[in-house]
Design a protein around this ligand. Structure first.
Ligand code: SF4
Length: 1016
């Protein structure tokens, strides 16, 4: 078949992408055969013009796969063709980078737009979109007056003011495009059309096909029409059988194919199947299994596609699941995850945008210190100091960290210089914090000096200086990408940019550099957006994410140029798009997709990624398809092992785990560790957390059975403080975590503030203030209020609370409590001996051995010739009966330790609203014979010695959480909320109560577990 034997140039329609492909390829085959016979024809290429990179790649690939040499065929996008024309004409295109910024700039001069858009967060983005639509429709300065007139006829009031302003902005931008002081892709297309109209020889062409266009903007249509006329083109259009032609694409059909010519038979009907899945992850898993099955059946991966209207919702799940099943894949425009360079660059942009208000953590990210600088330690240190923002850091005096900062993160248990066990913690030295502060001040000065308007080149130079101040090195991820992005400023570097637009320009220039590709470089299964899949044909296509509100996408009107007004303006600018026509576009795209492959599968998820219910799309529901109810049988190795873990015997799981771990480590690039010991450790942990054997009725280490003393640095070697024993009674596990393991929660400078009436904070301030007051010499006759503030400041610093004024609020709340203590002291004749005094009580443990218990008395007085120790209480007052019960339960034993050497001891409740007669409770009134105290202490010491720290996940007599759990800051290190753990404790307590003798640990655990039942 010779080229002359081809059907005449002109438009042709075919039903569906497969039929279009077949017709197009037959014509190309004929044209290639002609040039094989007459190689001189190769001097001028055959051109195929397509709308997208995705279609260009597919068409090129299909031509290559057809087996014969395809020399002399050039497949190019319309944009690529326009650039070629400009290059051949010796012209260059101006960078489009600054066009959106220029629109914002001009729009800010229009009061009607300023009034509506300025108060919104990036409200001018709406103006950018509207101006893009106008320019794409072919708007030039010449259109301004007729459009203004038409707008005045069709609208009035604020709507007219906004539309007129917008048209003036578009005219100004259009003027700049004509002057080439700005760039826009529509300017390239328009210029290429002009050039070709005057000299078609600029584009050497033997024959030209236009393929894949279903609709086009005005400037695209102008160029396409020029191509059609100047090169006697063959225009292939798709009209899917399932779609009735309407408004969508009407302009393209009018201009390129006024007389429809149907030339191709429809491809055989597609087999359409459908499935619903629980969530996007299951949907992605099923899509991956579907692709794997087709590859295994012999279909070339490149002829298989997975498409979604909004691929961003599925990209990471697809990447995971395709990877797990070993399916090769590539995307076209969709990107994958943020790279380390992307993270650094995003924090740098945020620093430029927010200046001193940036959070301290993001500031550290912007500094891009590598792992060697232990940035996590710096972050914790800043939180501990209550430094929440960059401004806070710059304003904090270095005296705050004179001795460095000790972090919550524990390093190890060691012995101190006296041989006593102690918990050592990670520290950040004062010099590192000072350097950080110096850097913060320098960066802030630099950012604050950023001019309100400056040429792009100057902004770039200042940014380079900023990353120097941040000490980015050549190797810092993001630096090379930043320098490469600056190359995009060529040609527009002299243009002034406002400070608030600078980061927008920068983000635009860095967009691609911040993420990695979703998959490979073109080969494998095609993972596409619906827009990338349009007009393409496949051997098998799966459309995922067919949910309501996603596909068809929601269409919203342009608030500045509504559809009613656009319709009126079309009289002057016929190619101005109407947003409402997007509904028809969605239906067209779907009809095209279901005709794009002989095997089509449609799927949706019943829940979205956040777990919210999601409805199927009407497109999914109305398409006749065979519904598959079951999930695919094909499983990745990981899925198989998860299924064994969920449904099979533990032994089978144990057998499968080593291989699964080895696989997982290999896929993550982790090697070097034998999988078997790792699997054994994991299985041991699993047996503790989810026992399926006799362990279900026993305690384990996560349920507090930690065992007796271990090693010389075990903190239990030191005598306990009496408050530690009280904590053990309240919750043994919490006391083990905090007092023995030394676990603390990390500070959060941006966390929720406690109330100024918080009992713990209030108590600490009252204690601190009373200790300071007692040393003034004026107590109890008077009390300097400054001492309260001093105590409150000390407390807020320790808690890392940076809010100025919070210490004042705390001091004000604490003042009435201190006044109660002063009044009490003034009313008696006691002589102050000391405050905050550490003492030692001798007690007997369960074996009868003498043991030491330490205590700290808030106040020691001499009264009537005898010592008296006082425990100030700022919490809710308790009665004598409460104390008797609390002592029996081990929770209120402090004052009894005070009196162990014969001294008097008392609790004093300072709540100003409390009954005066009930304020003071004497230890001797609670437990005259001291038997209860000794019994409680012996039980608590035995639990501590044996290592029996059962978490109080429930009450001993019923499955009910204690109030302590609700406020427990260590609950992340506890099995709280695990009903299995609560049942296991109940089963163990029942069995132990039933009389089995058990070990020392079991007996001690049961005794401490049952303490809350004592005294009731
Ligand atoms: S959450 Fe409850 S059981 Fe767990 S450590 Fe805290 S207080 Fe104890």
């Amino acid at each position: 078949m010779s080229l002359e034997a081809l059907a005449a140039p002109g438009p042709r329609f075919a039903p569906g992408p497969r039929a279009v492909d077949a017709g197009l390829l037959a014509e190309l085959d004929a044209a290639c055969a002609e040039s094989e016979r007459d190689p001189a024809l190769l001097a001028r290429p055959l051109r195929v013009v397509v709308p997208s990179r995705a279609l260009r790649e597919q068409t090129s690939c299909t031509l290559a796969l057809r087996g014969r040499a395809r020399v002399g065929i050039r497949v190019q996008t319309l944009d690529g063709l326009a650039r070629e024309v400009l290059e051949r004409a010796g012209e260059s295109a101006t960078s489009p980078l600054l066009c959106p910024m220029a629109v914002r700039e001009v729009a800010r001069r229009e009061p009607a737009l300023v009034r509506d858009l300025d108060p919104l967060d990036d409200g001018y983005a709406a103006a950018v979109a509207s101006v893009d639509d106008l320019l794409d429709a072919g708007f030039t300065e010449l259109h301004l007056d007729p459009l203004l007139e038409r707008a005045a006829e069709a609208a009035g009031g604020p709507a007219l003011a906004r539309a007129s302003a917008l048209l003036r902005v578009a005219a100004q931008i259009s003027h700049e495009l004509a002057e080439q002081t700005l760039g826009h892709h529509c300017a390239e297309l328009a210029r290429a059309a002009d050039l070709l109209r005057s000299d078609a020889e600029l584009l050497p062409t033997r024959a030209l096909w236009i393929h894949g266009f279903n609709d086009a903007t005005g400037v695209q249509l102008d160029l396409l029409e020029t191509l059609a006329l100047r090169f006697a083109s063959r225009v292939w259009l798709d009209r899917p059988a399932a779609h009735r032609a309407g408004e969508f694409g009407a302009r393209l059909r009018e201009r390129l194919a006024p007389v429809p010519v149907f030339v191709a038979d429809p491809a055989p009907d597609a087999s359409i199947r459908a499935s619903r899945h629980a969530d996007p992850e299951s949907e992605a898993r099923a899509a991956a299994a579907w692709a794997r099955e087709r590859i295994d059946a012999g279909i070339a991966p490149e002829r298989i596609a997975i498409a979604a209207r909004d691929l961003g919702r599925h990209r990471l799940a697809l990447r995971r699941q395709l990877g797990r099943l070993g399916v090769p894949f590539s995307g076209v425009g969709e990107r994958g995850g943020v790279t380390p360079a992307g993270r650094n660059l995003a924090s740098l942009c945020e620093l430029l945008e927010r200046g001193g208000a940036i959070s301290a953590e993001r500031w550290l990210d912007a500094c891009a210190r590598g792992p060697a600088a232990a940035p996590a330690d710096l972050r914790d240190a800043l939180h501990r100091l209550g430094i929440a923002t960059l401004d806070d850091l710059a304003a904090t005096p270095p005296e705050r960290w004179r001795d460095g900062v000790s972090l919550a993160a524990r390093v190890e248990l060691t012995l101190d210089e006296h041989g006593a066990p102690r918990v050592s913690r990670r520290r950040v030295g004062a010099d590192r914090l000072a350097a950080l502060r110096d850097g913060a001040i320098a960066a802030l000065r630099h950012i604050e000096a950023e001019p309100a308007r400056a040429p792009l080149a100057e902004r770039a130079a200042r940014l380079l200086r900023l990353i120097e101040l941040l000490r980015w090195s050549e190797a810092t991820p993001g630096r090379a990408e930043l320098l490469a992005a600056f190359a995009a400023f060529a040609g527009v570097a002299d243009r002034p940019v406002r400070r608030e637009d600078w980061t927008r320009v920068l983000r635009r220039a860095l967009a691609e550099a911040s993420t990695d590709p979703i998959g490979g470089s073109g080969g494998g299964v095609q993972v596409l957006t619906v827009m990338e899949a349009r007009s393409r044909s496949f051997a098998a296509l799966r459309v995922i994410g067919l949910n309501r509100g996603v596909f068809p996408r929601r269409i919203s009107e342009d608030p500045l140029l509504p559809d009613a007004l656009r319709r009126e303006l079309r009289v002057v600018l016929p190619d101005l798009p109407i947003k409402g026509e997007g509904h028809e576009e969605e239906r067209f795209l779907f009809a095209q997709l279901v005709a794009a492959a002989p095997q089509v599968h449609l799927s949706c998820a019943q829940r979205d990624a956040t777990g919210r219910a999601a409805s199927p799309s009407p497109l999914f529901e109305r398409t006749p398809a065979a519904l598959e109810e079951s999930e695919p049988a094909l499983r990745s190795p990981r899925d198989r092992v998860v299924e064994i873990a969920l449904r099979r015997a533990r032994g089978e799981f144990a057998a499968a785990l080593p291989d699964a771990l080895a696989d997982a480590r290999r896929s993550l690039g982790l090697g070097g560790v034998a999988a078997a010991p790792l699997a054994q450790a994991r299985l041991a942990v699993l047996r503790e957390l989810d026992p399926r054997d006799a362990r279900r009725h026993e305690l384990g280490p996560f349920l507090g059975a930690v065992g007796p003393l271990r090693g010389p640095a075990d903190p239990r070697r030191a005598p306990p403080f009496v408050t530690h024993l009280e904590n053990t009674a309240a919750c043994p596990w919490k006391s083990f975590l905090s007092r023995i393991l030394g676990i603390e929660t990390a500070s959060d400078a941006r966390g929720v503030l406690p109330g100024a009436g918080d009992k713990r904070l209030l108590g600490n301030v009252v204690h601190g203030a009373l200790a300071l007051a007692a040393n003034t010499g004026e107590w109890p006759h008077s009390f300097a209020r400054d001492l309260l503030l001093e105590a409150a400041r000390e407390q807020t610093e320790r808690e890392g609370i940076a809010l100025p004024g919070f210490a004042h609020a705390l001091a004000r709340s604490a003042a009435p409590y201190v006044e109660v203590a002063r009044r009490l002291d003034a009313g008696e004749d006691a002589k102050l001996v000391s405050v905050e005094t550490v003492g030692v009580a001798s007690v007997r443990d369960e074996t009868g051995a003498l043991r030491e218990v330490h205590f700290k008395a808030d106040r020691v007085d001499e009264i009537g010739g005898a010592l008296r120790r006082t425990d100030w209480k700022a919490g809710s007052p308790k009665t004598l009966a409460d104390h008797q019960r609390g002592l029996a339960q081990g929770a209120l034993i402090q004052a009894h330790a005070y009196s162990q050497d014969g001294a008097r001891a008392r609790y004093v409740y300072l709540d100003p609203d409390h009954d005066e007669a009930k304020r003071v409770i004497d230890a001797s009134a609670i437990d005259p014979g001291r038997d209860t105290f000794e019994k409680s202490v012996a039980t608590l010491l035995a639990a501590r010695d044996a290592g029996a720290f059962v978490p109080r996940l429930r009450r001993p007599d019923r499955d009910e959480e204690t109030s302590a759990c609700r406020f427990c800051d260590l609950r992340p290190a506890c099995l709280r909320g695990d009903s299995g753990a609560r049942l296991r404790i109940a089963a163990w307590a029942d069995a132990a109560r039933g009389g089995s003798t058990g070990s020392d640990l079991e007996r001690a655990a049961l005794a401490v577990w049952r303490l809350p039942e004592a005294g009731t």
